[in-house]
Write a protein that binds this ligand. Structure first.
Ligand code: RB5
Length: 366
């Protein structure tokens, strides 16, 4: 395990002790991110951001941040999306911050506790593991909030949940939620929402410089690099999103996946799968308007991976926390884009408040 450690001048000596402790006990590989001295004062945010960014980007597995109280370090580190700093001065809180909150940074105050207790806290924190389950639903909500504030900020070593809070998208979602919205309007709005969502979900597509001759002069511009997009609707409701996306990205290839639920095992079973031959070279967007339990979304992602797909995102319109947690657990590399994160699933697996069955509402089959 790679542990990024940092302190300001006030905790410089504690940092030295803890580094030695980690080495002696073989707890991990230490990367010291400063400060290098206690003879000149340093500003804790500078160190906290360095460690926070390393942990959020995955170049370090965990971070330890020390200052006089530990408070400044925790406030500063928690400004970095993907950094989850727990300020702990007792062993129990440190353990629970791993088990329940999946904290990836520990902050402590050298002017508050002595080195022996700091070592015990560190040992307990490093040894404890995240329990997932209901806790993953809660931490998922924190990640969703980060992505709402700044969808593109978080380095995506592990999958993000990005919620589209654009007013136009939200307005259209409010209309499709309404049970009195007729099929024709519902269908048009699903296409419009899918089209609008493409902007954000394609934000990180790689670009290359190209030379262009304008009527006035030659200039450099940017074009999409290499093979581009594949969109893969999950039958049948995913079909409702295809045309809206193709209006914006007309050259995208379209694959199709059909899954049904085995009545005995309740597991999703493939009945149709046709993907572009060069799927491994494309950025893939799997489309399913409703991310409910996550069972079929997760199976669809597995299927695309089996066929060679590498860069996969899931695009839904309404998601339930249960589905988000399931997909992130099964496929930690996959980003989820959604227009709304709803409250929960009812006993029949419907998203609440949701919009009912998207397939029935799209095709008028109810
Ligand atoms: C430095 O004097 C002190 O303010 C700092 O180490 C830390 O306690 C801030 O939270």
């Amino acid at each position: 395990m790679k542990i990024a450690i940092g302190s300001d001048h006030a905790a410089f000596s504690l940092k030295k002790i803890l580094k030695e402790h980690i080495r002696e006990k073989g707890l991990g590989e230490v990367v010291d991110m400063g400060t290098d001295t206690d003879s000149t004062p340093s500003d804790y945010p500078d160190i906290a951001f360095r460690v926070g960014e390393a942990v959020a980007a995955g170049t370090a597995d965990r971070g330890v941040l020390l200052c006089g109280t530990g408070v400044g370090m925790s406030i500063a580190a928690n400004k970095i999306p993907g950094a989850y700093a727990a300020h702990c001065h007792d062993v129990e809180t440190a353990k629970l911050s791993r088990r329940h909150n999946n904290s990836n940074i520990l902050t402590m105050g050298a002017r508050i506790i002595g080195a022996p207790l700091a070592e015990k806290i560190l040992d307990a924190w490093l040894a404890a593991s995240f329990e997932g389950g209901r806790h993953a639903i809660r931490t998922g909500k924190i990640e969703a909030c980060e992505n709402k504030i700044c969808p593109a900020c978080r380095p995506s070593k592990h999958g993000r949940t990005v919620i589209f809070d654009h007013p136009l998208v939200q307005h259209k979602v409010s209309i499709i939620r309404d049970k009195n919205t007729p099929v024709k309007t519902f269908r048009e709005l699903v296409q419009e929402i899918a089209g609008l969502m493409v902007y954000e979900s394609t934000r990180n597509l790689p670009l290359v410089k190209v030379k262009v001759e304008t009527p006035l002069t030659e200039t450099e511009a940017y074009a999409l690099e290499g093979k581009k997009l594949a969109i893969v609707p999950v039958l049948r409701a995913g079909l409702g999103m295809v045309d809206g996306i193709l209006q914006i990205v007309p050259n995208a290839k379209v694959g199709h996946i059909g899954l049904y639920r085995d009545p005995e095992t309740l597991n999703p079973v493939e009945y149709y799968c046709k993907l572009p031959g060069d799927i491994s070279e494309r950025d893939i967007f799997i489309l399913d308007p409703m991310l409910a339990t996550g069972g079929s979304a997760s199976a669809a992602i597995s299927l695309v991976k089996e066929k060679g797909g590498k860069k996969i995102s899931l695009v839904s319109i309404i998601a339930a926390p249960e589905g988000v947690a399931r997909v992130h657990e099964d496929h930690p590399d996959v980003d989820i884009f959604t227009a709304a994160l709803d409250s929960h699933l009812d006993k029949n697996g419907y998203i609440v408040p949701g919009l009912g069955d998207a397939g029935d509402r799209l095709f008028g089959t109810k």
